[in-house]
Design a protein around this ligand. Structure first.
Ligand code: ADP
Ligand code: MG
Length: 319
């Protein structure tokens, strides 16, 4: 398959107004000490599920969440970082957001200050035992459906079940009218958990690390997505590609972006998520970068990305 045919064209996504700041400026800003985030001790109290928000009143019409899977079978490309920070940025803009941890490693769960080993019920129980998803939703910066190490057994347990690819789609039905955005953080594989995410989603956002650009990996991802479109969810498509860990000082990173844009055109978001240690520091504090360093460029980058995602959603509605 030719790379130009790799992904369907973007449907009129608008560009963001903001221009990406020059690398030098960001680096200077990056030297600043971040403001200490408000102290939010991680206590076992947190490990109780909370009720989801009430559905919007009927007078406002029925809303259905936009379900977006963050996927790339390569590990370490910022799927989890993007799920959390994009989710929190959408929340800041007033949207009701649920983020879902579908990775047995539970990094998303940890990045909100919870210990996956101390969690009683998780997405494993939701997918395999049909426990209502509301039982595993915790409210931290945004609502989060948590993972535990059990999830590692989910693929095997699901594989014997009828409707194994639709377990997540089914689980989301009861809360789809209570959120505006549901973001799914997937594991680094194209196995059954990721397939469940593709079946439940309307769109897929692919974070791509500018350093180790793997176009072959993206072809594989699109092949899996084509299979899902043919058999399980005709509407799911890649809605955007986010270049992450971008270091504009290196020719290599700039070339990686050029290659991406050459092959995927409009699908590549204009926001570049630059490389900075802030993204690794924040989760240690159980915090998004938007709370950890609210005025820094790292937080701003995800606010810019959120605007681009919203513009894309609007363009689709009016298409
Ligand atoms: P994935 O979920 O794809 O495996 P993660 O979001 O866990 O990737 O990110 C992998 C590692 O890289 C984490 O330690 C994270 O803190 C760090 N990281 C994420 N985004 C950036 C970035 N823009 N710059 C520097 N480090 C980053
Ligand atoms: Mg991850």
């Amino acid at each position: 398959m030719g790379l130009s045919r790799l992904l369907r064209p973007a449907q009129g996504r608008h560009a963001v107004d903001e221009v990406v700041e020059p690398a030098a400026r960001e680096l200077a800003a990056d030297e600043r000490e971040p403001v200490e985030p408000p102290e939010t001790p991680v206590s076992p109290r947190r490990l109780r599920a909370v009720p989801p928000p009430a559905p919007a009143p009927a007078s406002q019409g029925v809303t259905t969440a936009d379900v977006i899977a963050l996927a790339n079978q390569k590990g370490g490309v910022a799927k989890t970082t993007t799920t959390l920070n994009l989710g929190v940025a959408l929340g800041e803009l007033g949207h009701r957001v649920l983020i879902v941890d579908l990775d047995p490693q539970g990094n998303l769960t940890m990045s909100q200050g919870m210990n996956p080993d101390a969690i009683e019920r998780s997405m494993f129980d939701v997918l395999v035992h049909r426990v209502p998803i509301t039982d595993v939703i915790h409210r931290v910066e945004v609502d989060i459906a948590v993972a535990s190490i059990d999830l590692a057994g989910a693929e095997l347990a699901l594989s014997a079940l009828i409707g194994r690819e639709r377990a997540l789609e089914k689980a989301l039905v009861e809360i789809r009218d209570r959120y505006d955005y549901v973001l799914l953080d997937t594991p680094p594989s194209l196995g059954l958990l990721t397939i469940n995410a593709f079946v439940a989603a309307n769109g897929v956002i692919v974070p791509v690390q500018c350093e180790y650009l793997s176009l072959r990996g993206l072809v594989q991802l699109e092949n899996t997505l084509s299979m899902v479109r043919e058999n399980l969810n005709p509407d799911v498509r890649v809605q955007g590609i986010v270049p992450t860990m971008y270091d504009g000082r290196t020719l290599h990173a700039r070339e990686a972006i050029e290659i991406l844009e050459e092959h995927f055109g409009d699908l590549v978001y204009e926001t570049r998520i630059r490389k900075t240690v802030r993204y690794a520091e924040a989760p240690v504090k159980g915090s998004s970068v938007l709370r950890y360093d609210p005025t820094g460029p790292a937080a701003q980058a995800y606010r810019d990305l959120a605007k681009e995602v919203l513009d894309g959603a609007q363009a689709r509605e009016h298409a």
